[in-house]
Design a protein around this ligand. Sequence first.
Ligand SMILES: NC(=O)c1ccc[n+]([C@@H]2O[C@H](COP(=O)([O-])OP(=O)(O)OC[C@H]3O[C@@H](n4cnc5c(N)ncnc54)[C@H](O)[C@@H]3O)[C@@H](O)[C@H]2O)c1
Length: 380
Amino acid sequence: MTNPASGSSGTNSSGDNAPLRAILVGVGAMGRGWLRNLQAADDVELVGVADLDVTAAKTALDEAGLSGVPVAGTLEELVDETAADFVVDVTIPEAHHAVTMQALRRGLPVLGEKPLAATLSEALDLVAAAQVYDRLFMVSQSRRYNPQLFAFRRMIRQLGGLGILVAEFFKAPHFGGFRDAMDHPLVLDMAIHTFDSVRFLTGAEPVAVYCDEYNPAWSWYAGDAATTAIFEMNDGSRFVYTGSWCSEGLETSWNSAWRASGEHGTTLWDGDGPPTLEIVEGRATAPVSDTGEVDPLDGIAGSLRDFVQALRSGRPPMGEARDNLMSLAMVHAAIASAGSRQRVLVADVLAQAHAEALARVDDAAVGDVLRSWTTLTPPS
Ligand SMILES: NC(=O)c1ccc[n+]([C@@H]2O[C@H](COP(=O)([O-])OP(=O)(O)OC[C@H]3O[C@@H](n4cnc5c(N)ncnc54)[C@H](O)[C@@H]3O)[C@@H](O)[C@H]2O)c1
């Protein structure tokens, strides 16, 4: 029996070295960053832009000096006209399922912004669809593409066994827009980055979580903007996250401020500069080799390069949707725990999402794939 964390890579290849043709869907705040990112990439050509707000999309293109690029209100209107090779989905989370499903059904690989989908059951649906339509679906977890994060991972590996990993996140952004109305703005929209980084840093998978979410009295968010969560990982370590999105003064990095404590010592990373390491005297471990690691570039430039290389080579990228599912499962397990005020097993949250996806699926082939998944969590 298969599960969503295994199976074929579902990649596509252009077969030559011509630039890959991209359609960008969603040109809001982050979409404008993606516009510049696609524009700057040598091996990508922007061939269409779709946004519900066509006027805003045209303005964004004019400002970027790309007035000749076709614009439409929906992805569907551009697919035939543009002969695109892939789609970049930078719409709001609630639109990720519809946009990605449409692209996959039209045979187009998708590089989507985080979160994978607005709900875990929608995420399972999309992972199954990527398998059915045999197209790469990658989530851009842009904060993985950071040379300092890679350096921090190397230091964690020198600690021997890992005991506890702590991440602190304190910022006070005034976004306006969809985040201000979300029930779980911090955990769903931001902590997904930190939770995903934990899986990258440790190689461990989440087993259970106890989480408390709340909204400080002075918060400008409708939903809970502050959270503390304790995760049990399948290597026996604990990950503790504490953060607030309405915390003014002495703010941390957007990447969080980190401490890892292990068998032989401790490593710290402030999220921006180089990490530091202290190994206890007499227990120095051999330095971990850099061999095999490429410069991850920075942010969305790194995720775009990873995606394009994956399309050309068939090698799975970081953030491949089946893998990213476990990062999103951490988010939804934390939300479930905060709601029930109980310790929650990640496997239970995935099983419930699986049942919801099966109850709702309207594509027989996607349903068959979903039914074939009898194991939804990696081995502990
Ligand atoms: N990786 C990061 O660091 C990072 C940072 C910011 C935002 N994001 C993510 O990027 C995504 C977009 O965030 P944002 O801040 O740009 O939001 P936004 O509200 O500023 O922009 C979203 C855009 O998508 C368009 N849109 C919505 N539904 C659509 C649909 N069905 N078809 C076409 N267009 C549609 C809207 O008209 C809007 O222009 C979110 O998933 C967010 O979590 C990631």
